[in-house]
Write a protein that binds this ligand. Sequence first.
Ligand SMILES: Cc1ncc(C[n+]2csc(CCOP(=O)(O)OP(=O)(O)O)c2C)c(N)n1
Ligand SMILES: [Mg+2]
Length: 600
Amino acid sequence: MSPTNPARSATARVIPAETTATGSLERPVPSGANAPGFGSDVVAETLRALDIPYIALNPGASYRGLHDSIVNFLGNEGPQMLLCLHEEAAVAIAHGYAKVTGRSMAAAVHSNVGLFHATMAIFNAWCDRMPVVVLGATGPVDAIKRRPWIDWIHTARDQGAIVRNYTKWDDQPASPGAAREALLRGYWLANTAPRAPVYINLDAEVQEAKLAEPLPPIDIARFIPPIATAAPSHLIATAAEMLKGAKRPLIYAGRVSRSLEAWNARVALAEALDARVVSDLKVGAAFPTEHPLYAGATRGVAPDSFEADVVLSLDWVDLGGALKGGAAAFKIIQVSLDQQIHNGWSMDYQALPPVDLFLAADPDAVVPALLEALKADPSPRYAPIYRPVEAKQFAADELTNEHLAHALRQAVGERMVCLAHLPLSWDAGWWPFRHPLDQVGSDGGGGVGGGPGISVGVALALKGSGRLPIGICGDGDFMMGVTALWTAVHYRLPLLIVVANNRSFFNDELHQERVARIRNRPVENRWIGQRISDPDIDMATIARGQGALGFGPLTTMQELKPAFEEAIAAVEEGHVAVVDVRVKPGYTAAMTAAMTRKTE
Ligand SMILES: Cc1ncc(C[n+]2csc(CCOP(=O)(O)OP(=O)(O)O)c2C)c(N)n1
Ligand SMILES: [Mg+2]
């Protein structure tokens, strides 16, 4: 950090370079700027005041003013820029960062075209209820100020309309003061449950115009008051009574935070109630999977098979869908704030669940309150046991994802890891979770291509934590989002990516098989238009081409563990490593059966 640069306004909190993961990289020469002089300086200053550590971006002239302010006014720290090769990666990285930290960083995208590229990643973060502050920009709103041609095509009347249906809020402020207010409001809304991305579109003219006069100082904290939504005590008391009276209570542990304290409270609640607990790979680890009360992840487990009499849903994604067919038999307590965010465009709110008691509150606040109402011990009795993975013999030689999972677990050994991304075909039984950061959930919106970027964001948030980030991506997912890896390499973010490479968009092969079965047509044609083969893509070479280490292609069980060990050692030295595992096209028997059934 230069002593002469940048200016520190009265409102800005200083983030020393050493405290950010990538602080020593890309240091600008001092500019001598020591007070906000332009509209975009005010935007930059506000990002710093909000303690936003990073801004992932792909550049563009529409926000060249802001770009300059971050480099030459802030000195490229607090926030620091993370250059991305695609806007989808920029937003996916911010998404992954939020999954770990629970708070938003920023992403910046260029005018309508950059925003178009960012849309799927914004949708993924929206469905995952993860906060991201997306900054965009437009050519001058004032037509007189537009450069010929380019400023006209990159100016849209209502740019926010592109993402309004899957952001929580958007704005296009018309002055520096309004931009400051928009950032405060946007950050506050994004980070308040139900969390979601917001979009703020900065007029090029507002960014580039000289400040007529300095803005008055502002007490940032007063504009982003924390909101913790607890349930009213009489409803907690009713819920506690219902649960106490239950013979076979069941907890659906859904969208909850990564807090260890909240995790322990959930375990204590299950123990106090002797309730079984199900969880969901889509939303991240919510309960220790080796606990005697753990009843599995619901994929492949029919909820009505539990014979429960009271169900407590902690913001379960698609509770209505889960209860289809069996809801009449039991009482349902739903804890959720999600209804506040539903709109008429996206149906990601899922089926309307039948509910007997609704607590419009944050599950993390409700669980301790229930423990108190039950006069139960708030500390869990159970402590996870870390034991070596026993070697398993596999009958078949050809590799499957189960082989991959087993060998990877063996190579990981006692290390703390975070499964940053999992392929669709992953079976929850292959990997135990003992901590809320052991797994952070899926892409949220089912948008293939999110895996690499989200994994990079997780690696960014975990850098220096001692926890090893591992993203396991299908080959289709990997190839769609692969350029995110360059950003990880460039900013020295240690990360292991394993490609479950079945050389196919295999999920869709099963869909073609199902259609063929229903129509009595040849199922053996299911691979056409699906296989990513001839040529087979060499993932290790693609990794090396971006400066990462590439391992593979691996085709036998004997090769897996030593290659994973070598890759992990490299990651522990600070590298990005990609391991290409050639797995057989195929899912577990249960998943294949569910997907290819003739009926439904
Ligand atoms: C952006 C996008 N395009 C297409 C799809 C449809 N789709 C769903 S799963 C899938 C296959 C993904 O392939 P891969 O990542 O290799 O995983 P696999 O199914 O082979 O295990 C596709 C194409 C999607 N969900 N999102
Ligand atoms: Mg595949």
